[in-house]
Design a protein around this ligand. Structure first.
Ligand SMILES: O=c1ccn([C@@H]2O[C@H](COP(=O)(O)OP(=O)(O)O[C@H]3O[C@H](CO)[C@@H](O)[C@H](O)[C@H]3O)[C@@H](O)[C@H]2O)c(=O)[nH]1
Ligand SMILES: [Mn+2]
Length: 733
């Protein structure tokens, strides 16, 4: 129910009855397939029986997984916000908002890029006295600190420029790039050129310093004394620097308006203490900010995620401040969108289907995911408070700074909150703040907040709220998914598992929906099985599927055709191209047999205490050569990753089996048996078709991005004997 006093409105998706009919149809066919498998087990020889049962097991798993994916397709939710009403009602007393930006490595995450994010955050269309931007630098790098000092100077010009010309997006990097490369509505005026020159000057300075690897003495201003020569990124004191302080008369831009607060933080690092990656830095930020600005709303972004829409804060506040439902909302998540996706999305980085279908679907169950960036939190909820009926937020919460301390005094006063030992014997990382010990701390933290009784909203606005950088090589994409798959499976196996233990705490639909990603990794073995067994048996002429003439053939074909047609429609609806869908089908296979396989193995090793948690940061820049390949949508194999061995081996086995199997059928001319092998031929043929870029990388391409020779040799060395052995041993039985 919505009244015209609501600050937001929710509506479902059209055509759900049709969808439910389709789903029931698929379910019926699936049941037929499973029944067929159970009632037709071949008992002639052992290997055939085993293969049959293994396919049955895979199909059973895929069926179960498919049922999970229905939860988010049942009725995806969408929201509309009313910012005008918000301003009418709360315009004069909007809550304080603290923005947290995390960075961790000045090489993988160049300071110039991070500053564009920071500047876009500073330039939000929001009362500046209510806005504070915190940058956590896990590398404790003076290069990043230098860049931030420069960015604060530049902001004095940039923010008034944004206001005067209604600039969008407010990341200078994205803005100038976009206005040079596409038709921008802003004419190239004198101001525009002046601003661009100023921006380039700043970037050149930052890049110069980064290239030098240190800040030249003459560039050093106040604050740099905290960096000593002995300091390393993994071993240093806590550093907190208030660069722009709201109370300071000098904190104004060139037009005399107040600037938002800007704070730099590098928490203490010592080799003997685990720093808990991003979760650790977020928790330090929560504590430090509580003494400096203490905004009741926290916005968290990754260092590459700039604000693409200056109205997003107001947009998000429409949820929190809604008189009817706002009090129970713990967080509002915006989709993770990217600026560098190519037309056909070669590595399926866009997350389009997740953003357009799955997260809105989870919203319907009041339990969307916190995905680590582009998320607004209620500070109290993030700190671990449980929701209780009648809870009333104090939106005026803040820090009483009437008896003003100087920034230097304040910096020293809050330093202890960012030390290694502060959290010892506290609930931080367990029940307070972001949760520790998981590679997807964001997902786990979101789930915990739901367990604590908070609801969440997922908002996909017309103009995207945030844009970031997606991985641009195959290896980076797979490594990122390995981390995600691993962390998610760990959640599934833990006491926080929504599917196993969440029923009483959150809606069952949410338990199912969250488990889709929790169980990504578990698809590895069933998929490998399906990619290897049918082709190897095709090679030996042994059928594992019904004949074309058998009535049991029908459910197999129906499921296959209907499921893929639907996935194509869904993909097109979510904004992909046809080729993009085809690419996503390939990545679906590649991720499952590498990232998710490794993720599963790592989880097993972790159970035995062998493997330790790691966080490989995704590089946000690449060399020119590989960027060019990415822009041209040519797959990049230029590394000797063991993942590529698996990919090549599976692709080669399918190629050999298709070739050998079809040859055998032609030579033997086994008319009746051909009929029984058709599904295997088609399956194998599709796997080969999808792997064409892999074969090109192995044998045809000569550029720097082709498959390294060592990988070609090793994968040939594995796939050929496997095919020969299986042909020989299976033909003998
Ligand atoms: O020790 C660390 C490691 C990472 N980060 C920051 O965490 C963010 C995410 O790292 P990135 O390498 O870009 O990983 P992604 O896979 O792109 O990140 C997604 O997945 C992560 C969980 O695996 C979440 O933490 C992120 O918020 C989410 O965007 C970046 O800003 C990093 O600077 C830290 O602050 N400290
Ligand atoms: Mn990232």
């Amino acid at each position: 129910m919505t009244t015209n006093s609501s600050l937001f409105e929710t509506y479902g998706t059209k055509g759900r009855t049709l969808y439910k009919l389709y789903a029931s149809f698929i379910l019926t066919c699936i049941l037929f397939i499973l029944f067929y498998r159970l009632t037709h087990i071949p008992l002639e020889h052992y290997s055939w029986t085993c293969a049959w049962i293994s396919l049955f097991a895979s199909e059973l798993w895929f069926s179960f997984y498919w049922i999970l994916t229905q939860s988010v397709r049942w009725n995806p939710n969408h929201h509309q916000t009313f910012k005008q009403r918000l301003l009418q009602r709360h315009g004069n007393e909007l809550p304080g908002v603290d923005v947290f930006v995390c960075t961790a490595d000045p090489v993988a995450e160049p300071p110039a890029l991070v500053m564009s994010t920071v500047l876009s955050m500073m330039a939000y269309d929001y009362p500046k006295e209510k806005l504070s931007v915190y940058l956590s630098d896990d590398a404790g790098s003076e290069l990043t600190f230098y860049a931030l000092c420069e960015a604060c100077k530049f902001a004095k010009h940039w923010i008034p420029f944004c206001n005067n010309f209604n600039v969008e997006p407010r990341s200078p990097n994205a803005f100038f790039y976009k206005s040079c490369h596409s038709s921008s509505n802003l004419p190239i005026t004198e101001e525009w050129s002046k601003m661009k020159d100023m921006y380039e000057e700043m970037i050149n300075k930052i890049d110069f310093v980064v290239k030098q690897g240190q800040v030249p003495q003459e560039f050093k201003q106040q604050g740099f004394s905290k960096w000593t020569p002995q300091m390393t990124s993994g071993n240093h004191d806590a550093i907190i620097q208030i660069l722009v302080d709201g109370n300071d008369k000098n904190s104004i831009d060139i037009e005399g308006s107040l600037l938002p607060r800007v704070i730099y933080m590098a928490r203490e690092k010592r080799p003997q203490y685990h720093h808990n990656f991003k979760a650790g830095s977020m928790n330090a930020l929560i504590r430090v900010s509580s003494k400096i600005s203490n905004g009741p709303i926290i916005l968290n972004v990754d260092c590459d995620m700039y604000s693409n829409n200056s109205q997003t804060i107001k947009d998000a506040l429409c949820f929190f401040l809604d008189e009817d439902k706002g009090h129970e909302i713990g967080f509002v998540q915006y989709p993770q969108c990217f600026d560098n996706i190519t037309k056909n999305d070669l590595y399926e980085n866009s997350l389009n289907v997740i953003s357009k279908i799955e997260l809105p679907g989870l919203d319907n169950w009041e339990g969307t995911l916190y995905v680590g960036t582009g998320c607004f939190h209620r500070r109290e909820a993030l700190q671990g408070r449980k929701y209780t009926k009648g809870y009333i937020e104090d939106w005026n919460r803040g820090v009483d700074r009437t008896c003003v301390e100087s920034p230097c005094v304040l910096e020293e006063k809050v330093k202890h909150l960012a030390t290694c030992t502060y959290e010892h014997n506290t609930l931080w990382g367990k029940e307070m703040g972001l949760r520790y010990g998981c590679a997807v701390e964001d997902i786990l933290t979101g789930i915990t907040m739901h367990y604590n009784g908070w609801k969440s909203k997922y908002m996909y606005p017309k103009r995207k709220g945030f844009l970031g950088v997606a991985p641009t090589t195959l290896e980076q994409a797979l490594v990122q998914y390995k981390r995600w798959g691993e962390g998610n499976l760990q959640i599934f196996l833990s006491r926080d598992s929504p599917l196993l233990f969440g029923h009483q705490k959150i809606k069952f639909g949410a338990c199912m929906g969250v488990s889709i990603s929790n169980l990504w990794a578990a698809n590895a073995f069933p998929t490998l099985n399906y990619l290897l067994i049918p082709p190897l048996f095709l090679l030996s002429g042994m059928s594992l599927f019904p004949k074309v003439s058998s009535p049991w053939f029908i459910p197999f074909v129906l499921v296959f055709v209907a499921k893929h047609t639907y996935s194509l429609i869904e993909s097109l609806y979510s904004g992909n191209t046809f080729k993009g869908w085809w690419n996503s089908q390939r990545m679906w296979v590649l991720k499952r047999i590498t990232s998710f396989l490794y993720a599963t193995i790592d989880n097993i090793l972790k159970l035995f205490g062998v493997s330790k948690l790691a966080f490989t940061i995704t590089a946000k820049v690449n060399d020119e050569d590989s960027s060019k390949r990415y822009d041209q949508e040519v797959m990049d194999f230029s590394s000797t990753s063991s993942m590529f061995v698996i990919i090549s081996t599976v692709a080669l086995i399918n190629l050999f089996c298709l070739f050998g199997g079809v040859m055998r059928m032609i030579l033997n001319n086994e008319g009746t048996n051909d009929d029984a092998l058709l599904i295997q031929v088609v399956l194998c043929g599709l796997v080969v078709a999808i792997n064409v870029p892999i074969y090109e990388g192995l044998f045809l391409r000569k550029d720097k991005g082709c498959m390294p020779y060592s990988i070609t040799f090793v994968s040939l060395g594995i796939s050929m004997p496997v095919c020969m052995l299986s042909m020989y041993s299976l033909s003998c039985v």
